[in-house]
Write a protein that binds this ligand. Structure first.
Ligand code: AMP
Length: 354
């Protein structure tokens, strides 16, 4: 079988874990990244350091690879389009154009007749004043926000003028949901109605950053089937190829809302490396490189803990049990709250393969 050389845009932990999965499949990887010290340098076969709009670097990158994917969604659409003219980019750049803008993303989900929280586009202070039905709410930048960055919590109208909001940016105001749970569903789509779907994973955040994830999610069968159905509908509607993640909110009345879509492998899916026969990373590579689709089956239950900032120093000294799998992203610099690694603990007592 022809094994393409895979180009990956972005060299963080997701690029590293994708490269490691590719190696297992005998697929060569070339990373393009704007950070000279990107951790994925340690895992890929080749590494090009360059800005994402440097046409010479893009040319070199395209020349070296057969097919291209990406580990983060904030690459400018225009750049992805230029790259796509040279070598095929999967998932399609048009998907990214929708997903990298919260407003377009939420409009898209609603057009699919799926629920999101109530929201409105905000361009000036008056727009917030005329949307008091959405307060208490969260004001989120339409682009470039993640892990709670670029977000303002608005508890009352009086607070708005004190928040020093920069109205040069575009925002959405989103009603605050009384959360009972947050879950994610990871899907790999190989083509028309061809999927491998992971069971819903339950996610626990601290300061809006994912702290840990558990499999299975503690939800009833109705929410399980609904979330899986919605995630596959979104993948189909986007004509997605590869692995993507749909993050959901569940409120106190068990209503399900799509929070956001990640058009890529996702942090909550790291536990699939140890809890499934085929990980989210391997499935992504299989789908974008046109390799065989293997029936994806759960091996055991698991919990994944994100290791943030200086916590990594303790983990680097620790001894681990045979049910514990420590991943050190080998990032050069430790920064507070930076994702430095993760630990997956599998439940050996649960064995779903027999
Ligand atoms: P986001 O970057 O939009 O995924 O937000 C990060 C986290 O903030 C989410 O995982 C939730 O824990 C919390 N959050 C975001 N939006 C809302 C909302 N509308 N209501 C309640 N919690 C929210």
């Amino acid at each position: 079988m022809f094994k393409p050389v895979l180009g990956i845009i972005g060299g963080g932990q997701l690029g590293s874990l994708l490269s490691a999965a590719a190696k297992k499949l005998d697929i060569r990887t070339v990373i393009l990244c704007d950070d000279e010290n990107a951790p994925a340098k340690n895992f890929s076969d080749d590494f090009i350091h360059g800005k994402y709009d440097d046409l010479d670097k893009i040319k070199e990158f395209c020349y070296k690879v057969d097919i291209i994917t990406y580990e983060f969604e904030n690459i400018p659409y225009e750049t992805l389009k230029i790259i796509n003219n040279e070598k095929k980019v999967l998932p399609r750049p048009e998907i990214n154009k929708i997903i990298q803008n919260r407003l377009f993303e939420k409009d898209f989900i609603n057009k699919c007749n799926l629920n999101t929280t109530s929201y409105v586009y905000i361009k000036k202070e008056d727009d917030i004043n005329s949307s008091i039905n959405l307060i208490p709410g969260l004001l989120k930048t339409c682009t470039l926000g993640y892990d709670g960055k670029g977000q303002y919590k608005i508890n009352s109208v009086d607070e708005i003028s004190k928040l020093n909001i920069d109205y040069n940016k575009d925002y959405i105001l989103e009603k605050l949901v009384k959360l009972k749970k947050e879950i994610s569903v990871i899907v790999t789509r190989f083509g028309h109605q061809k999927y491998e779907i992971y069971d819903p994973i339950e996610n626990f955040h601290q300061d809006q950053i994912l702290k840990y994830s558990t499999l299975p999610a503690d939800i009833d069968s109705n929410l399980l089937s609904k979330s899986v159905e919605w995630a596959s509908m979104i993948a189909e509607e986007l004509n997605f190829i590869g692995t993507m993640c749909v993050e959901f909110f569940i409120d106190k009345n068990d209503n399900l809302y799509v929070n956001e879509v990640a058009p890529r492998v996702h942090n909550s899916g790291h536990l699939t490396i140890n809890a499934y026969n085929v990980s989210q990373f391997e499935n992504h590579i299989r789908a974008v490189c046109g390799l065989e689709k293997i029936k994806t089956r759960k091996v055991c239950n698991a919990k994944m803990i994100n290791i943030l900032g200086f916590e990594i120093e303790n983990y680097r000294q620790k001894k681990f049990g045979e049910n514990e799998f420590f991943f050190d992203y080998q990032k050069k610099e430790i920064k507070e709250k930076r994702k430095m690694g993760h630990l997956t603990i599998v439940d050996k007592k649960s064995n779903f393969l027999n």
